[in-house]
Design a protein around this ligand. Structure first.
Ligand SMILES: C[S@@+](CC[C@H](N)C(=O)[O-])C[C@H]1O[C@@H](n2cnc3c(N)ncnc32)[C@H](O)[C@@H]1O
Length: 286
């Protein structure tokens, strides 16, 4: 897919010059999103919980346009069909494909699988994996800092009668909390988390901490965002979970892969969506 030139993080972090063309342009978009845009359920969720929240992501995964009046539903459809959210749904497909592969590899050597997503939100993709693998020896631990997302996941599990998924509030970046996980995971997933942080050192440290809790043969799966065609729109108009404008820092895949290898992992596979926005990486501890 043809990629547009995108502005750098540093440029997007700076406030716009008052009365400049962009100041007017993005100001008008903000007014639209905050008024008519709120007729769309997805945009309302974004303003309430943050456009980068697990709750927002869960609505995007569900992909059922909803809104007030016909116009609200129409705006919601346009919102859900945007390249970023379409890419996120492809990322979910890739993530699930990789997890199926890992579960199968473990099954072949009579090893049970314990998956932990350190920032899972409601963990809809993991609920679906559990639904498919009910007869397998599979356990899942969903962790997140946000109780709202965890509660949504607990509710989904009880509605669907899903067992063996545990939800708990935990900080993904604390090495002690990572070590404390019960049951002990042999597959650790970091999906949609590193992309929320602009400081590279936090990510490198997290990879080293994850390598320290996994054993030889265990798997590490993480996602990255090397590109986004709507970086400026997002940075100037959409608030994140901290109620700040959501300025993304893109990272080349080779760079994040080199950090995982420096942390002691062996690269097995990378999958990228058709918009080149989200990559999913599978690594193993040798
Ligand atoms: C974009 S969502 C990803 C959800 C899920 N992993 C997925 O891919 O479907 C990012 C999640 O990271 C969570 N989060 C942010 N900072 C965190 C931290 N320090 N520890 C744990 N979770 C965190 C947010 O609450 C949010 O649910």
């Amino acid at each position: 897919m043809q990629k547009n030139k995108v502005p750098a993080y540093e440029e997007l972090s700076k406030p716009l010059k008052i009365f400049s063309y962009k100041w007017f342009k993005w100001g008008l978009v903000r007014i639209f999103l905050n008024t008519v845009g709120r007729l769309s359920k997805g945009i309302r969720i974004g303003f309430k919980y943050g456009f980068d929240s697990g709750t927002m992501l869960d609505y995007v995964y569900e992909n059922k346009p909803q809104g007030l009046l016909f116009i609200g539903k129409l705006i919601d459809k346009g919102y859900l069909d945007g390249p970023g959210w379409s890419g996120i749904r492809q990322r979910k497909i890739h993530l699930k494909g990789i997890l199926r592969e890992v579960i199968e590899n473990n099954r072949k050597i009579n090893k049970s699988t314990v998956i932990m997503d350190v920032a899972s939100g409601p963990g809809r993709y993991l609920i679906e994996i559990m639904q498919e693998h009910q007869r397998y020896n599979l356990e899942i631990l969903c962790r997140d800092m946000d109780e709202q997302g965890l509660n949504l996941g607990r509710k989904l599990c009880s509605q669907l009668g899903i067992e063996h998924i545990k939800y708990e509030r935990a900080n993904a970046f604390s090495p002690e909390i990572l070590k404390s996980a019960v049951p002990k995971p042999n597959v650790i997933v970091v999906s949609g988390l590193y992309e929320l942080f602009t400081n590279d050192e936090i990510i490198k440290k997290s990879m080293t901490n994850i390598a320290a809790v996994l054993n030889s043969g265990d798997y590490f799966i993480f996602t990255n965002q090397p590109y986004h065609p709507q970086l400026e729109l997002i940075a100037r108009t959409l608030p994140n979970r901290l109620k700040e404008y959501w300025v993304m820092r893109l990272r080349p895949d080779n760079e994040v892969k080199s950090w995982a290898m420096a942390a002691g992992f062996k690269h097995l596979k990378t999958l990228l969506d058709s918009y080149s926005i989200f990559s999913v990486h599978l690594f193993q501890k040798p």
